[in-house]
Design a protein around this ligand. Structure first.
Ligand SMILES: [Zn+2]
Length: 211
């Protein structure tokens, strides 16, 4: 059972590279497991991973197995501890999310699909050095009532119930970042009203749920 979950994590990590969400080994992916999580290891190409390379981090933050967890394991760990709705977490540096994040720009309600992340905007967490507790704290704050946030001068973190959903969310947020970036280059960006976004958020409450 655990091996199947590890294989599924590797397959989704490879898919993350195929759909331009991630480049090389900069991103990382995890799923909630027992009291902790299973997470991709630090600095290894996904295509070379075997199930045993996936790292189990227990509920005390201790890692087990031959590999070290991704350097951003704290972000994943802290989200699972704080958010019972998180079943899978993706962190990466998709090009257009990273571009906006390097301008410290959140994604405002320029398109109704911004609500896919759970609110009227997608915040940008303040900068802190990669792999630090300070960065994890900033990300957790930016994810308040949200499932995705940008990270200043860094990239994207998002979570969902499971691996297919978290990959789909990352693809959607990257698309929104691409369109928003183009709008910024053209000129003044028109935003939807809070009232309209609240209507959309209410509709999203049961949108696309085919469980
Ligand atoms: Zn990163």
């Amino acid at each position: 059972m655990t091996e199947a979950r590890r294989r599924y994590l590797i397959e989704t990590a490879i898919e993350m590279n195929c759909c331009s969400i991630n480049q090389g080994t900069s991103g990382n992916l995890s799923i909630r497991h027992e009291s902790g999580m299973l997470i991709t290891p630090s600095g290894m190409a996904y295509s070379t991973l075997a199930p045993d390379d996936i790292v189990f981090v227990d509920g005390n933050g201790e890692h087990h197995g031959p590999r070290k967890p991704s350097s951003e394991w704290r972000i994943h760990y802290d989200i699972y501890q704080a958010r019972t709705d998180a079943g899978a977490i993706l962190h990466a540096h998709p090009t257009d999310c990273a571009a906006l994040a390097c301008l410290n720009k959140p994604i405002p309600a320029f398109h109704y699909m911004v609500a896919v992340a759970g609110g009227r905007d997608i915040r940008c967490a303040p900068y802190a050095t990669f792999g630090t507790q300070a960065l994890s704290n900033h990300v957790l704050e930016a994810l308040k009532d949200r499932k995705a946030c940008l990270m200043a001068h860094h990239g994207l973190t998002c979570f969902e119930k499971d691996l297919p959903r978290v990959l789909a969310l990352a693809v959607e947020v990257e698309h929104l970042a691409t369109v928003y970036g183009r709008l910024l280059a053209i000129g003044e960006v028109k935003l939807l009203t809070d009232i309209e976004m609240d209507i959309v958020l209410k509709k999203f409450g049961n949108y696309g749920l085919q469980d």
